[in-house]
Design a protein. Structure first.
Lengths: 275, 275
């Protein structure tokens, strides 16, 4: 692991790091914010998964999470959204290939050689962060859009990995959306029976979720029909999974929306990770 | 209008009153809580509609609303849930007839002679309260179960009548529930086209709602399959109507649930009625 940069931020440190990933078979970059409380011992850690086209950098610079993390005493990890590099498969579309890993392990050429984001996040980067930063065993996970999909599905697929869960305008029912069907066909193949394990609205009914969930959604989100949050709320209700789903008038899909509600999410996780 | 009782409560007055209703063609009883702030001038008023089997009394004695109303400076009206008396039609079932008016105007015998709860609430009792109590032009509406259905549908049907809206575990999609189909058949007749105007999940798509909505639901509610809150959340999401829908683990359908979240609702209304 090598350090790309470290900057003092709200009394803590915002760092950017790179390492050779076994899972993704290429160099991967990620960012970690360590709050000032980490000087006194391990702190809980919140994973923030970003959306389509993003790197580790977008949320790090635009979501305003550091001030809330410093207030709550929580570390934040900002992974990249896909493998990257000249030798890594790509597509001209913004929503496939680099910047669009969809947090799955690909089984299909040409993607499978590098696109192993599920293993990368749930195992490799998790171990790397735990070994190299002063974080406790209490992990939470959140994300925006494609990253909200990643947060929801990883939390359900890896019981015990994450003790708290939230999402900003998640892709909530990808097996029934053009944000999902196209990518699952490419990464996972045409057999739709392999897709269900990567759709939060479907997966919840099989796997459940041991805690509660906070979901924020912009009422003027230009992608609402692709996100399908109501399908997820229906699954949450019918499985009687505690949740708070808020649709906020006037907010769109951007980081202006995410940053507005970022503090609520950090505090939601902090409350649950310190119990 | 005659006074049945008046009791000092949290610095204000909890009163119970009766009057001869034109709309329901019988004597009707209702309760009003006036907060101490009413001594200084008109206060906003929150209508609380109760559920199946209730009179004006259940929420008045069990929901704990008075302390919150006194804190917020809001009056609360507790209407009855149906016409009552020896000459009023009834049914042996708890969910039809007296105590189960469903907040509609009946067009069918033997109900239509007395069961005119929509007109009673939206016109007659509204005028009576406005004329006899120190309340402002700012009205909000909420309710529990059948009363949540009443609050949602009356708010949508009478634009301008109510400036704020919430519900506790509402009957949210009665045209597709045994809590609705049975009663609408009796009160409105077999022609289902007359039912849509009394189903919040359907009505919202036609009429909309000018504000936002708070909905609380118990996760252990024994009637969840009859209430169908997810249908309403789907309509709210697809019409991009701002809302906060919370499913709370472990809470059932009782007043223990209502009273737990009563303060949140009173403050939700107070914030919007004082603007």
């Amino acid at each position: 692991m090598k350090t790309i940069s470290e900057n003092r931020s709200f009394g803590g440190v915002q760092g950017v790091y790179a390492h050779d990933s076994q899972a993704c078979n290429c160099e991967m970059t990620f960012a970690v914010y360590m709050p000032p409380q980490a000087n006194d011992g391990p702190v809980p850690v919140l994973w923030y998964l970003s959306g389509l086209t993003c790197t580790h950098e977008n949320a790090m610079t635009k979501a305003g999470l550091q001030s809330h993390a410093a207030e709550a005493g929580v570390a934040i990890v900002f992974p990249d959204t896909s493998p990257r590099g000249e030798g890594v498969a790509n597509d001209d579309a913004f929503d496939l290939g680099q910047g669009a890993g969809f947090y799955v392990n690909s089984s299909e050429a040409p993607w499978k050689e590098h696109f192993q984001m599920e293993t990368y996040l749930a195992s490799e980067l998790r171990d790397l962060v735990t070994e190299n930063f002063s974080v406790s065993v209490h992990h939470g996970i959140t994300g925006h859009s494609m990253g909200g999909h990643g947060a929801l599905t990883l939390a359900m697929k890896y019981p015990g990995h994450y003790q708290s869960l939230s999402a900003f305008s998640p892709i909530a029912n990808p097996t029934r959306s053009d944000w999902g069907r196209k990518q699952f066909t490419a990464y996972l193949g045409a057999d739709e029976s392999n897709w269900a394990a990567h759709d939060a609205s479907v997966l919840l009914r099989e796997k459940g979720w041991s805690g509660d969930v906070l979901i924020d959604q912009g009422g003027d989100d230009q992608f609402l029909e692709l996100l399908k949050p109501a399908a997820l709320v229906t699954s949450l209700t019918e499985t009687r999974t505690a949740h708070d789903y808020r649709l906020h008038a006037g907010y769109d899909h951007s980081y202006y929306f995410v940053s507005t509600f970022a503090r609520d999410h950090v505090m939601w996780h902090a409350d649950r990770l310190k119990g």
